[in-house]
Design a protein around this ligand. Structure first.
Ligand code: 9MR
Length: 382
């Protein structure tokens, strides 16, 4: 594969292969991304919300057409499911998982242990508990969520976003996390061992962001992730896979294919599977003309995905949303456009029409060498 370097704010588009022009602005049917992903032995899908399934038939049809894997954008986070201690509400996640079952889709569970999106009662309860009580408070959520979806959720984000080198720890671990404060780094070991025991058939992921770009920030985060993975493997923690979130911001930070390929190889050489679990492209700062911006977004997306799929350990791509009608990027202070226009970082526009990014994803799947899927979860205890 010929690799290129993409500079923030100055994508050298003239040097890139032309984007294929198969995308259908009139919605003409062509093979779905799931079909093209499957041909390379991979899954394609998106994060969704139950409300979209209840209220938006166009969007729901697009998900059914394009995806064969889904994940809950927020409805399996503890702040949603356990608003009061031991009083659970899984109704949103249930609807998403029912939809996946009906459409014979694979499903991911996101996320069991995260520093954010927790209920208000949790941190004070942790502070009041002794060590055994603190462990129990973390593991009780695994007990509540995993068995409920056994056989239906094939893979779980067990620990999400454990890294934040900017907070100053030498090991790059996120210190401003209730789990680090309560249990130290061992919280990760405990969570994975417990998840493995609770659903031995599930594939167990550690996921994080900010490891994609060619920037000092991402370099620090890549180093911290590799070091964490090495410590976990030395302690025989049953991590099966790494989820690279893939929230790209090409108009702020550069991208270098060789650097990213090397990082993925460093992970897969350690025996880990990989997935891109939250892909989208922040378009703020890109060209004002939306067509031109779409082409640049597609170009950087293709450069990134070509590397991701060149590694046979990469088994899936999930976008964080499917259509610009619903993207967290349009609401997030750092990424939203000041004039209120929608972000254009997803494969379908707000009218469910396929965009150049859709083409880029399809073309990346078409060009990908076959994936090497893990037949069953790998246990480092074996
Ligand atoms: O997109 C999600 C947004 O709708 C939620 O309000 C928020 C908090 O639950 O989480 C967003 O998703 C995040 C994901 O769970 C973890 N990685 C970053 C995502 C975007 O912030």
């Amino acid at each position: 594969m010929r690799r290129r370097e993409f500079l923030a704010g100055a994508l050298a588009l003239s040097g890139c292969a032309p984007m294929p022009q198969s995308y259908a602005r009139d919605g003409a049917p062509t093979e779905s991304l799931a079909t093209r992903a499957r041909r390379s032995g991979r899954w394609f899908g998106a994060a969704i919300k139950s409300r979209q399934l209840r209220e938006d038939p166009d969007f729901t049809a697009a998900v059914a057409r394009e995806c064969d894997i889904v994940v809950e954008e927020y409805e399996l986070k503890r702040g949603t499911t356990e608003p009061k201690r031991d009083r659970f509400d899984f109704s949103g996640a249930d609807q998403i998982i029912d939809f996946a079952q009906e459409h014979r889709m694979r499903a991911r569970g996101h996320a069991l242990v995260w520093y954010a999106a927790n209920p208000d009662w949790l941190e004070p309860a942790l502070q009041a508990a002794d060590h055994a009580g603190r462990e129990k408070l973390m593991l009780s959520y695994i007990d509540a969520a995993m068995p409920r979806y056994a056989g239906k959720i094939a893979e779980w984000d067990v620990v999400n976003e454990p890294l934040e080198p900017n907070e100053g720890r030498a090991d790059g671990m996120r210190q401003d996390s209730m789990w680090m404060r309560a249990l130290g780094e061992e919280y990760i070991d405990l969570a994975f061992h417990h998840a493995r025991e609770t659903d031995p058939n599930a594939m167990l992921f550690l996921t994080d962001y900010g490891v994609e770009h060619d920037s000092p920030r991402c370099e620090r985060r890549r180093t911290a992730m590799l070091k964490l993975v090495d410590r976990l493997m030395a302690r025989k923690v049953p991590v099966d896979a790494i989820g690279i979130q893939g929230h790209l911001k090409p108009f702020r930070e550069g991208f270098n294919q060789d650097i990213f390929a090397r990082f993925l190889k460093d992970l897969s050489d350690r025996g880990l599977s990989l997935s891109i679990t939250e892909f989208d492209v922040a378009d703020r700062g890109g060209p004002p003309n939306p067509d031109k911006r779409d082409r640049e977004v597609a170009s950087i997306g293709k450069a990134f995905l070509d590397v991701a799929f060149d590694n046979p350990a990469t088994q899936a791509l999930l976008c964080w949303g499917l259509s610009d009608r619903y993207s967290w990027l349009s609401n997030f202070p750092d990424y939203k456009w000041p004039d209120g226009q929608l972000s254009r970082g997803l494969p379908l526009d707000d009218k469910m029409r396929r965009k150049p990014l859709w083409d880029a994803i399809g073309a990346a799947f078409d060009a990908a060498p076959a994936a090497r899927r893990q037949a069953s979860p790998r246990s480092h205890n074996a």
